[in-house]
Design a protein around this ligand. Structure first.
Ligand SMILES: *Cc1c(COP(=O)(O)O)cnc(C)c1O
Length: 345
């Protein structure tokens, strides 16, 4: 049987799995890389979309979580914790459940998308809403590990970044080399760090001839890396990147410097335009945060003819409120043929 068995089986050779017994997997990864015809035409480039929303819990966080939970289990942990803007909690809850471990999730009250909260609860996590933002939730999760026998699975856990680098491996495999540009939303900056690690690792091992430029995009109201200082009250409709003090700030800047890339900002309006463009023209329904990677290309442009991959980090179904509140409500007519004919002619 040669079935896809998840990232750790597939890429074991390039991951540190010493001491690991059972692998905890939901067969994450192996996500589609879709060619974006209309976006390519609009930008005069060759644009591809990495559909990370098709992972088992609907975001790329599953890549890091299979690794983090597998390693935590091997180390004898029985409970994990995370502070989360939503997707980390959904992934942590699912993989901890699969491993038979407990999971505590700290989320900012009222500031996470409905679908993500629903996931964490239904997967069986102990969800605690705090009266504070994500940055506070992460600090508290860290502090709790000093007081309780509990393992943190935020991206400050190095196993998360390790698992997430496999996204770069998949791109190289599918395209035959790295793209010219990797465009990616930036929140805590773990994913841009992870992709760069994956690209450089395979480049140095001779599996990719080139390295991409890393282009990261933050939401304008939550753009600490762009501004060069912490943002105490980050604000954006893209809750997954509503972060004022990124945990992987330094390695993200290194990735950008070494690759001759950039981290820039897009406004919520630009982000929502890209979100709708993708759904309407490419039939890809991603999260608002994910659309930052496309909004940035539209806003700043790309060198003609270059090959670009946008990482679409999460599934649009996670945030139905944004979808419904930013689009027109469908009209209501009487349940008669006449009324429908009138409406549709
Ligand atoms: C976590 C997340 C991000 C941001 O990734 P970082 O590693 O925190 O920079 C972007 N989009 C979605 C959908 C996410 O869940």
């Amino acid at each position: 049987m040669n079935q896809w068995g998840g990232l750790l089986h597939e890429f074991a050779q390039w991951l540190d799995l010493r001491g690991v017994g059972d692998i905890v997997t939901l067969h994450e990864g192996n996500t589609p890389l879709l060619h974006a015809e209309r976006l390519s035409e609009r930008l005069g480039a060759d644009v591809w979309l990495k559909l990370e929303g098709l992972n088992p819990t609907g975001s790329f966080k599953d890549r890091g979580m299979t690794m983090a939970i597998t390693k935590a289990k091997a180390a004898g942990a029985t409970t994990v914790i995370c502070g989360s803007t939503g997707n980390t909690s959904a992934a942590a809850a699912a993989f901890a459940g699969k491993a038979g471990m407990g999971c505590v999730v700290l989320v900012p009250e009222g500031k996470i998308a409905l679908g993500k909260l629903a996931q964490a609860i239904v997967y069986g996590a102990d969800v605690v809403q705090i009266r504070g933002n994500f940055d506070r939730a992460l600090n508290l999760a860290r502090e709790l590990t000093q007081h309780l026998p509990i393992t943190i699975v935020n991206s400050i856990n190095p196993d998360r970044i390790e698992g997430q680098k496999t996204g770069a491996f998949e791109l190289i495999r599918t395209l035959g080399d790295a793209p010219d540009i990797l465009s990616i939303p930036v929140g805590n900056a773990g994913n841009i760090t992870a992709y760069w690690r994956g690209f450089t690792q395979w480049h140095f091992e001779g599996l990719a001839a080139t390295l991409p430029k890393m282009w990261g995009f933050q939401a304008a109201g939550a753009a600490p890396i762009v501004l060069g200082h912490r943002v105490d009250e980050p604000e954006t409709i893209a809750t997954a990147i509503r972060i004022g003090n990124p945990a992987s700030w330094v390695p993200a800047l290194e990735a950008v410097d070494e690759s001759h890339g950039a981290i820039r900002a897009v406004t919520d309006a630009e982000l929502l335009d890209a979100y709708k463009f993708l759904a309407k023209n490419e039939s890809v329904f991603c999260e608002p945060a994910s659309a930052a990677s496309v909004a940035g290309l539209i806003k700043y442009g790309v060198p003609k003819g270059s090959r670009v991959v946008c990482v679409l980090t999460g599934n649009g179904l996670k945030d139905p409120d944004t979808a419904v509140s930013t689009t027109a409500t469908p009209t209501v007519v009487d349940a008669t043929l006449e009324a429908l004919l009138a409406r549709l002619s």
